[in-house]
Design a protein around this ligand. Structure first.
Ligand code: URA
Length: 433
């Protein structure tokens, strides 16, 4: 079919066949379709949507457009976890060693951070010498031997998605639900795991700021996963304020270690355990999520998850004694406290602004080419629902420079203080199996 006819078909609300979608993805990746036609196609999808088959076909075709990891040499059910992105989200470092300790293989490809959200690979590199560029054999051998490896995504993973996403970014079509869902899922499918747990974030620091949109995205991705024979579950979790108390690479790694030591903030502990429990069910190690939670908590309590984390750090080339002495990880030279301008309850915190503040200190990148400072970030001294007196600390800024005036004013604006205690927001809104 000519591209112009395919665009017209979608524009008029008709359903595209799998073959038509495959042909489009292949030709677009090969540079045979001009951007103006691909843009028109994306806009037609924005207005007309796609049904389950179309979304699954688009996902599959984009996954097949580049390298795909073959994990068949790893025994057992490989279970992956994906977060749609948030601020202070360090669950990967907690749940991966938990499920690996239970015998579920974790063969995970992760990305770097951009904008206000951090990336797993950047955070892991807080451990000096940690190797994230692993060739396929090394990656597979590590998982077979130790049940866990986390590597950076290869440059040629889902090139169709890279190209289409860049185009969507400049044609106001990023927010088309089937395009978001197939973009995320194509990378998960190409990464090769048998089952996927999706952590779909909702709130001021998330891609989806309201619950109906988060539910629609979660359901669309679950449908795509199941359509493509990957058992997929989604947990919709809160991202209306940062998760835990730490935002920034080394700071987040330290907080994850705290949780693995049975300490650490309750929200990050509870969410990590819940996600791990879903992974344990999918991996055949727990009969239901409640049993999975008990197992996950046992693996923290008896130190087995922390042992796996220590080995994982050593296996990928870094000094595992840092896990027991995280104070030796790189630290910022200055700590500057941002104080509450008034007494009251913290009624809300704009999570995107906190992420932006951490990025401005150097913890994140504004463009792909930026380098990051692992030491810096934001430590949340007050979170939603807590009472502060005027002059109490809202956050400590960990900075490697003296002038943090602009960052401090962003922090002040991100905090709302009120006479009334805010309503409790759930940590987990819904789970889709
Ligand atoms: N994240 C992705 O990977 N793709 C999208 O389209 C949106 C968010």
């Amino acid at each position: 079919m000519r591209m112009v006819d395919l665009i017209a078909k979608k524009r008029d609300g008709e359903t595209l066949s799998t073959k038509q979608i495959e042909d489009f993805v292949q030709a677009y990746t090969a540079g045979q379709i001009p951007d103006y036609q691909a843009s028109a196609f994306a806009m037609a999808v924005y207005f007309q949507g796609m049904d389950e088959q179309e979304s699954a076909a688009l996902t599959k075709a984009m996954a097949a457009s580049g390298d795909q990891l073959d994990l068949s040499r790893i025994a057992g059910t490989k279970v992956d976890k994906h977060s749609t992105g948030g601020v202070g989200d360090k669950t990967t470092f907690i749940l991966s060693p938990i499920v690996a300790a239970a015998g579920v293989p974790v063969a995970k490809l992760s990305g770097r951070g951009l904008g206000h959200t951090g990336g797993t690979i950047d955070k892991l590199e807080a451990f000096p010498g940690f190797e994230t560029e692993l060739d396929e054999d090394t990656f597979i051998n590590l998982v077979n031997k130790h049940k866990i490896a986390i590597a950076g995504q290869s440059g040629n993973l889902t090139p169709a998605d890279k190209k289409l996403y860049a185009l969507r970014d400049v044609t106001a079509t990023v927010n088309a639900m089937p395009l978001i869902a197939s973009s995320i899922m194509s990378k998960k499918i190409a990464a090769g795991s048998d089952a996927i747990v999706l952590d779909v974030k909702v709130g001021s620091g998330a891609f989806m700021t309201n619950l109906p949109a988060a539910k629609e995205l979660a359901q669309t991705m679950v449908n795509i996963g199941n359509e493509l024979d990957r058992r997929t579950v989604a947990v919709i979790s809160d991202m209306d304020q940062p998760l835990g108390r730490m935002v920034g690479n080394t700071l987040e790694v330290k907080e994850a270690i705290d949780v693995l030591q049975g300490k650490g903030p309750e929200d990050i502990h509870r969410l990590s355990v819940r996600l791990a429990a879903h992974m344990l069910v999918l991996g055949g190690k727990a009969k239901d999520v409640e049993t999975g939670e008990v197992l996950a908590n046992d693996l923290i309590r008896d130190g087995r998850a922390l042992n796996v984390f220590r080995d994982f750090i050593a296996n990928q080339g870094a000094d595992s004694s840092l896990v027991d002495h995280p104070e030796r990880l790189v630290q910022a030279s200055n700590t500057v406290t941002v104080e509450a301008p008034a007494s009251g309850y913290i009624s809300s915190i704009d999570a995107t602004d906190i992420g932006r503040a951490a990025s401005m200190l150097g913890a994140g990148r504004m463009t792909k080419e930026d380098s990051i400072d692992h030491a810096v970030g934001v430590e949340m001294k007050a979170k939603v629902g807590e009472w502060v007196e005027k002059g109490d600390a809202l956050v400590d800024l960990h900075a490697n420079r003296d002038d943090v005036t602009e960052v401090a004013s962003i922090i002040k604006e991100s905090y709302q203080i009120s006479d009334h205690a805010p309503e409790n927001r759930p940590l987990i809104f819904q789970e889709m199996l």
